[in-house]
Design a binder for this molecule. Structure first.
Ligand code: ADP
Ligand code: MG
Length: 258
């Protein structure tokens, strides 16, 4: 396998909480140019994988960005290497405008001097992120009154102004309307053209519409991996998703909302 810069390669990732194995030896890789999905029912270990890759949980095994090992590094160093994430609950500053939120995100990579300089027009990186996420008209809107979808897009825009090479998105379309889901899927396609995008999701229909490649997790292990068609026709996946494996929050097949 060729590992280009910007590719994320996770090998035999394990995370335990007091002896409970949340992630039990998971391997997958994600590359620029594909919209990579990690799916699985609640409790499968998806968020824990992201937490380990971003330094929020202690994991063993390996998670490499290009040639760099991420596991064992503190979270802020992993951010500086270009790994950005979103959380299941949007974490924007509600009382600040869209532009102010993006300024704060951009500050991570800029000297305080340049932040202090009076703004003459919008910073080019911020301008590009606004265009890419379709938020250009919301520049002066307080984040708190954005729609649910727009808040998630603002979080993605914040990762873009930080120049993230890898975006790990935790259930980005949860609670979104169908139109917002479609817009998000299209946005992810644009973002992924030049960056590594890993979407954690339990919604089967969103995955089916927008995934290039999928890894299915179940009880901390990889259950299946492949194209959407391959994963959907895998009897083990059908068993888990149709609830015969007694998962309390089954994913739906063939419905937009669950
Ligand atoms: P998913 O994101 O796929 O829904 P999680 O990664 O959040 O699943 O959780 C996987 C398993 O690990 C669950 O059984 C969850 O209860 C457990 N878990 C997650 N975080 C912790 C933690 N900090 N301490 C103990 N158990 C945890
Ligand atoms: Mg989760």
């Amino acid at each position: 396998m060729t590992v280009t810069d910007g590719s994320l390669v996770v090998t035999d990732l394990r995370v335990e909480f007091d002896g409970f194995v949340a992630v039990g030896g998971v391997s997958f890789d994600a590359h620029p140019g594909e919209v990579r999905f990690l799916i699985g029912p609640n409790g499968a270990g998806k968020t824990t994988c992201i937490d380990a890759i971003t330094g929020l949980s202690k994991g063993s095994g390996s998670a490499r960005l290009g040639g760099q090992e991420l596991l064992g590094k503190p979270a802020h160093k992993i951010v500086r290497l270009g790994v950005g994430r979103t959380f299941q609950t949007a974490s924007v500053f509600d009382e600040l405008t869209v532009l102010q939120n993006l300024d704060i995100a951009a500050g991570l990579h800029r000297s305080s001097l340049s932040l202090l300089r009076a703004r003459r027009g919008v910073d080019p990186a911020i301008h590009r992120a606004l265009e890419e996420t379709g938020l250009s008209r919301e520049l002066a809107t307080p984040a708190g009154i954005l729609s649910h979808g727009q808040k998630q897009w603002l979080e993605i825009a914040m990762l873009l102004v930080q120049d993230a090479k890898v975006l790990l998105l935790d259930e980005p379309v949860a609670g979104m309307s169908l139109d917002e889901r479609t817009a998000t899927g299209e946005l992810l396609g644009r973002v992924a053209a030049t960056r590594t995008v890993l979407v954690v999701e339990h919604d089967m229909d969103f995955m089916r519409r927008f995934a290039s490649r999928v890894t299915v997790l179940h009880q901390g292990k990889v259950l299946s991996e492949g194209s959407v068609a391959e994963v959907q026709s895998d009897p083990r996946v059908q068993e888990v998703y149709l609830g015969t494996a007694a998962a309390p929050s089954v994913m739906t097949i063939g419905r937009e909302d669950d």
